[in-house]
Design a protein around this ligand. Structure first.
Ligand code: FAD
Length: 366
């Protein structure tokens, strides 16, 4: 397994029930890139029907994880509010129809919107609320997956960047920058934003993945505001979301400017835009910015993940393109990897393997 983010660790945990798994992570700690920089929500305003189906298939795992997986809660309830101005009402209704297939929603008028989120400006006049949203604890999730890998005899090697990959005598041989070599009949490429790069190292045709940085800032809430009951609040268009975060608020301008795979850093324009949109859409005055960070959300061309064996290389399995939904879909995606690699039951009834097949991006195999 190349990649010690949520994709690699959750698939490694699922596969370790029946196979010997070694996870190679380039950085010194797991979750250093996207998986440690996320907004950590489980909600249905993200993506389309396929992404919602993956989210829905993952939800019971978060609510009720297997007892031998963790005894730490994997998250806590946080309502999700999508709000709209008068002229955006139609778009809100469209989203309501789409989400209602997966989660019970409440329709809110202007009063209901402000009762749920008193910070919003008066022009937020329509809303849909999912009171059953979940804010994940990504540390607990990563650690529980890692614990399962280790208790099943698997290995994690950090500071182990794969730098040479070749197929010889029915196995993949991966050499790291530190000079160690690992061999296995199956190589899983869960390298997040670097997944195309890892494919190129292995001589496998890349999928054309697109890493898009997203910025988050944290700042103080107005004095006297009870943070506990506040929802994750998102504009119907992709302009702004905010939510309570460790006694403060966090906000993102939902930026999507393409980048190379890199250790993403917050761009000053996006930081200023987050503060500006927060002041435009809410009653909050953003004073000192307490912290800021950025992470990459890596998409395939159709914004659906790629999971499956590469059609052009024996034993090379893609697990990439988790975009902005990689945490909340990780139990289903891990189950899909265990099904396609280990022959376990297919875990998501209304999705087919073909819909996730990496071959759909490769002209001669589509
Ligand atoms: C601001 C922001 C908000 C988000 N909000 C949400 C949300 O609310 N809900 C949600 O579900 N998702 C959210 N996401 C998306 C989610 O974080 C990602 O989809 C997910 O973390 C992707 O996981 P990954 O394991 O594929 O990638 P990563 O976590 O980046 O892991 C890939 C790993 O591969 C390693 N690697 C790369 N190359 C090599 C190599 N050659 N050798 C060894 N290791 C290598 C990297 O070091 C990295 O650790 C958000 C993301 C961001 C940035």
């Amino acid at each position: 397994m190349i990649g010690g983010g949520i994709a690699g660790l959750s698939a490694a945990a699922a596969l370790s029930n029946q196979a010997k798994v070694a996870v190679l992570e380039a950085e010194e700690q797991i979750g250093f890139h996207s998986s440690g920089r996320s907004a950590t929500m489980v909600h249905y305003a993200l993506g389309d029907r396929l992404v919602r189906a993956l989210t829905s298939a993952s939800r019971s795992f978060f609510d009720d994880p297997p007892v031998d997986f963790t005894d730490t809660p994997l998250g806590h309830r946080m309502a999700v509010l999508v709000h709209a101005r008068d002229e955006e009402k139609e778009a809100l209704e469209q989203l309501e129809t789409e989400i209602s297939l997966f989660a019970p929603l409440e329709r809110l008028d202007a009063r209901g919107v402000h009762e749920l989120c008193p910070l919003l400006n008066d022009d937020a006049r329509h809303g849909i609320a999912d009171r059953n949203g979940l804010r994940l604890d990504p540390h607990a999730l990563l650690q529980a997956n890692l614990k399962r890998v280790k208790s099943n005899g698997g290995e994690l090697h950090t500071a182990s960047r794969a730098s040479r990959i070749e197929r010889r005598a029915g196995a993949w041989h991966v050499a790291t920058e530190r000079g160690e070599t690992y061999s296995a009949p199956i190589l899983v490429n869960a390298a997040g934003s670097w997944a195309d790069h890892v494919a190129a190292l292995a001589g496998v045709q890349p999928l054309g993945l697109s890493p898009l940085p997203r910025t988050i800032i944290t700042f103080d809430a107005p004095a006297g505001v009870a943070l506990d009951g506040l929802p994750f609040a998102k504009t119907i268009g992709d302009e702004l979301y905010f939510a309570p975060e460790s006694g403060r608020l966090f906000a993102s301008p939902m930026d999507e400017v393409p980048s190379d795979p890199t250790d993403a850093q917050p761009d000053e324009y996006e930081v200023a835009l987050a503060a500006h949109r927060m002041e435009e859409r809410t009653i909050v005055k953003v004073g000192r910015i307490h912290s800021k960070w950025a992470g990459l959300r890596t998409f395939t061309r159709d914004r659906h993940p790629a999971a499956g064996f590469a059609p052009d290389a024996e034993g090379f399995f893609w697990l990439a393109g988790q975009g902005g939904f990689g945490l909340q879909t990780s139990p289903a995606m891990a189950g899909i990897a265990a099904s396609l690699i280990g022959g376990e039951a297919w875990p998501v009834a209304d999705i087919t393997p073909e819909q996730l097949s990496p071959g759909r991006f490769l002209a001669q195999h589509a």
